[in-house]
Write a protein that binds this ligand. Structure first.
Ligand code: AMP
Ligand code: ZN
Ligand code: ZN
Length: 412
């Protein structure tokens, strides 16, 4: 019997050794990228003195002055940009809510799990977990837009259905648990997501006490994560990249634009209606005179035909973008006097021009691949994907080259 146990032990040891990647001479052990998103974390929140853990990670790692989101500056388009390296106009997640003539009858919206799970919405981009899966690297996601969908034939190796009720401590424990798996089964690319900074930014505005409280809650979760990594001696192997998708601007009921004063609903259909922007579909009844009145700079907003949206927004070519697009000036909100508001206008929102500093997001990187102590000028969030591809060894060749904007973040 003891013999049997010994041979079982030896077999297990051999199996374990077989899955440990043999480091080449002098080569560092294989690294894992842990991508953390703090939804709606505006760039300057980091200077409020409320996030000691994040500030320490930034001080011991690299921090960008700001990370510029892609347009439109909302959650799903930007999360998908972060993991694909493509602009929303290219990857096709052009809004949190949208329709597509090629997917008749369905409306893409955050609350409709069934529609969100249809790959046709997502196939315009290849998220990094799909590329990793094709290369045989294990991946795991604790929430990320698109992570619940089979995209180009792949899902993350481990994923969870989005559950905004899951306590932060449990989210962090779950991720640490994945890292306790035997070598070879440990994910090499992981995501972790926190929403409360965004939620409170909407409710009370970016300067509300509730946002500050949420910053503390997220920072405590990051503290738990950092401690958990150190206790496992994983801090030498994990490259942490902590980002946000966009910032937050204060709104007020004194800065409202009534849609019904400039849109005649008998000749246009309102395709998208959100606080910062509205998209319209004209009917055949829409006259040239109406177009001339609509398509111009107004006092607090501007409307364009989609093909005339300013080039800096890199938006308007995708078939899912409706023909007419109106964007409010920062801090101004569209409303409609003909329908009751579900939420107060005073608080905060995002979705504004990428040139608005209030839309700027967060970028902090910390770990063995990064310089210890450094800062980067502001850069565009499309550059995070090629950086991660490089860290995972997926970025060889010209296409995967690390952009100059983020290259200085790397340790020499
Ligand atoms: P936004 O309307 O752009 O502010 O979107 C933020 C909201 O997106 C958050 O409050 C989350 O509840 C929601 N959200 C974030 N990730 C997901 C996801 N993976 N699935 C569904 N909803 C999500
Ligand atoms: Zn968001
Ligand atoms: Zn939001």
């Amino acid at each position: 019997m003891p013999r049997l146990l010994i041979s079982l032990f030896l077999t297990l040891m051999l199996a374990a050794c077989a899955t440990v990647p043999a480091p080449q001479d002098g080569a560092p052990a294989e690294r894992t990228v842990l991508l953390v998103s703090i939804d709606g974390f505006r760039a300057d929140y980091l200077d409020r003195g409320l996030t000691p853990v994040l500030s320490k990670l930034a001080a011991d790692g690299v921090r960008a002055k700001a990370m510029r989101p892609s347009f439109p500056t909302v959650t799903f388009p930007n999360h998908y940009t972060l993991v694909t390296g493509l602009r929303p106009d290219e990857h096709g997640i052009v809004n949190n809510t949208m329709i597509d003539p090629a997917i008749p009858g369905d409306v893409f919206r955050l609350s409709d799990r069934k529609v969100l799970a249809d790959p046709r919405w997502w196939n315009g981009g290849e998220p990094i977990w799909v590329t990793a899966a094709k290369a045989g690297l294990p991946t795991a996601t604790l929430f990320w837009p698109g992570s619940e969908v089979e995209i180009r034939g792949h899902r993350p190796g481990t994923w969870l259905p989005y559950d905004q009720e899951m306590p932060y401590a449990k989210r962090v424990d779950t991720v640490l648990g994945w890292l306790d798996r035997p070598q070879g089964q440990q994910p090499r690319f992981i995501t972790l997501y926190f929403e409360s900074v965004d939620t409170e930014g909407h409710n009370g505005g970016p300067d509300s006490p509730a946002v500050n409280k949420a910053l503390g809650d997220v920072d405590a979760a990051l503290g738990q994560l950092v401690q958990g990594l150190a206790a496992r001696k994983l801090d030498t192997r994990i490259d942490l990249i902590i980002v946000s998708d966009h910032g937050m601007a204060a709104t007020s009921d004194t800065r409202a634009i009534d849609l019904d004063t400039f849109v005649d609903r008998t000749s246009v259909r309102v395709a998208w209606m959100s606080r910062p922007y509205v998209a319209l579909e004209p009917s055949p009844a829409f006259t040239d005179a109406q177009a001339a009145r609509l398509l111009k700079r107004h006092e607090r907003f501007e409307c364009w035909k989609k093909e005339n949206i300013p080039a800096r927004l890199k938006f308007g070519k995708h078939p899912r973008v409706p023909p007419i697009f109106c964007l409010a000036d920062s801090g101004w909100v569209f409303t409609s006097s003909s329908r009751p508001e579900r939420y107060p206008l005073t608080g905060g929102t995002h979705g504004y021009d990428t040139a608005d500093p209030d839309m700027n997001g967060l970028f902090v990187a910390h770990g063995p691949s990064f310089r210890r102590g450094g800062s980067l000028p502001a850069f565009d969030n499309v550059d995070v994907h090629p950086l991660m591809m490089h860290l995972l060894g997926l970025g060889d060749g010209a296409k995967g080259a690390v952009p100059d904007t983020v290259r200085p973040a790397l340790a020499r």
